[in-house]
Every structure is written in structure tokens, then in C-alpha cells.
Design a protein around this ligand. Structure first.
Ligand SMILES: C[S@@+](CC[C@H](N)C(=O)[O-])C[C@H]1O[C@@H](n2cnc3c(N)ncnc32)[C@H](O)[C@@H]1O
Length: 231
């Protein structure tokens, strides 16, 4: 499903309706990730971090933050944004796979699983299992359930816009998303959906003891976050 990487590699992704949306989006996610950082010395990996414009908030709460992003233009902009930041490193997906085992107290993969095939997800879960310290935690966020995913995502965006001063931009942004490659890619590359029980079963097979969090990371509470520990 590498086409999704190209889709997200737009310098100005259509997914964010304007700069305010993008910044509120990443600030919300960063604030939610910080809740899972349990020590100021923690080593944290954010895999598929996207534009991560508020990663400095996560870095301020932990000892080291590694941002792994597969899309080259997004990664280049992250590298520029955080150049010289003492706690933030930006790496490729391949570099993440080559990191030493048991490196991280916390690994977050938010809003990425829907773009992965079942086998890609399985491979990444195995990689995270190796990269986590024995008492580390994997937070798998924004898992999209099988039913009404598109209407509930649109409604959640409009609510998020209304609460954060970009409602009208959200309405026109939704039109732009509908006219973009998003719908075509949904048909050709596919989007992966998981119910709660199915995801818990997959996480169990990957060697995790997992539970669904009360709240999803980010603004869309129809989607799910799973908190996973090594069994
Ligand atoms: C919706 S963005 C999520 C960004 C950020 N984590 C967030 O929550 O806003 C989806 C991300 O998934 C990444 N992605 C898509 N397909 C991927 C794949 N096959 N392997 C690795 N990353 C992928 C994209 O590069 C993009 O950064």
C-alpha cells in the first residue's frame, strides 16, 4: 500500500484543511501522547509521525524522541524543523527497523494501521515487540472500526473544526478531500478496518497483552486506541 505514503508526502497535504487544523491536530496528539510518557528519561518512538508539528511537546516530557516517517518530503520538513533539537532524531522506516532491540519505553503508532495490509501490520507489530524494553508500552492509536468510518470521520472533523475555529475551512476541506486521490486510493490501495475483538486477537498473536484505552488519541472518538504490553 505504498501509494498512501505518496499521498501523505504532499508538501501541503489535503488531509489538513488549513495550517490551523494541522497545528491543532498535532498539538492534540502530542498532548495525548504525553499522557503515556511515564518518566522524564523515557525513550519514545513515534512511528509514522507525519508532520508532527508539536513533537517538541513530547520531547519536553521524555528523554529522547525518535520520529520515524516513510514519506521523504514529510521527513525532510521534520528534519529541518527539529535540526539541532537536543532530544529529537528523525529517521526513515528502514532505519527504525535497524535500531537496537529493547531501545524504547514507549512506541506510538497513530493513524497508520489503516494504511497497512494485514501482513505489513503483522511485520511492524513484530518489530515493535523487539524494539520495546521488557516493561515498555506500545500505543496503537486511531484504529478504524469497520462500520460508518467515512461519515463518522467527516462528522468528527466538522466537530473538531467547530471547537477550534476552522469549521468553514473544514467544510470546504472535506470537499477537497473528496475531489483528491483519497477516494481512488481507498478503492485501489484499500483501507484496513478492525473491530475491537479482531484487533485484540491480532495483538495477542503478536505477543502483546493489550486493552482498549477509554479514549482514542486525537479528536475522533469513534476510532480506537490500544495499549499493549509485552506478554
Ligand atoms: C494520517 S498520517 C498519520 C500521521 C500522524 N501519526 C498523525 O496521527 O497525524 C498517516 C501516516 O502513515 C504513513 N504511512 C502510510 N503508509 C505507510 C506504510 N506502508 N509504511 C509506513 N508508514 C506509512 C504516512 O507516511 C503518514 O505519515
Amino acid at each position: 500500500m505504498s501509494n498512501w505514503i505518496d499521498f501523505y508526502d504532499f508538501k501541503q497535504s489535503v488531509i489538513y484543511v488549513n495550517a490551523r487544523h494541522r497545528d491543532v491536530h498535532y498539538r492534540t496528539i502530542a498532548a495525548d501522547i504525553v499522557k503515556y510518557v511515564h518518566s522524564p528519561a523515557a525513550h519514545v518512538l513515534d512511528y509514522g509521525c507525519g508532520e508532527a508539528t508539536s513533537a517538541d511537546l513530547v520531547a519536553a516530557a521524555c528523554g529522547q524522541l525518535v520520529l520515524a516517517e516513510a514519506a521523504p518530503n514529510v521527513r525532510a520538513s521534520l528534519t529541518m524543523r527539529y535540526a539541532g533539537h537536543p532530544k529529537i532524531a528523525v529517521i526513515t522506516a528502514e532505519q527504525a527497523a535497524a535500531l537496537p532491540k529493547r531501545s524504547f519505553n514507549l512506541i506510538v503508532m497513530h493513524s497508520v494501521a489503516q494504511y497497512l495490509s494485514a501482513s505489513e501490520l503483522e511485520r511492524l507489530l513484530a518489530m515493535f515487540h523487539e524494539l520495546l524494553k521488557p516493561d515498555g508500552v506500545l500505543v496503537l492509536g486511531d484504529i478504524v472500526p469497520p462500520h460508518f468510518a467515512a461519515p463518522s470521520a467527516a462528522l468528527a472533523l466538522l466537530r473538531f473544526g467547530a471547537a477550534n475555529g476552522f469549521f468553514w475551512a473544514a467544510t470546504s476541506g472535506l470537499m477537497r478531500i473528496f475531489m483528491s486521490d483519497y477516494l481512488r486510493l481507498r478503492k485501489t490501495a484499500g483501507l484496513s478496518h478492525y473491530g475491537e475483538a479482531v484487533m485484540l486477537e491480532r495483538l495477542g498473536k503478536a505477543g502483546f497483552k493489550a486493552e482498549r484505552a477509554k479514549q482514542n488519541v486525537g479528536h475522533n472518538q469513534q476510532r480506537m486506541t490500544f495499549v499493549c504490553r509485552i506478554r
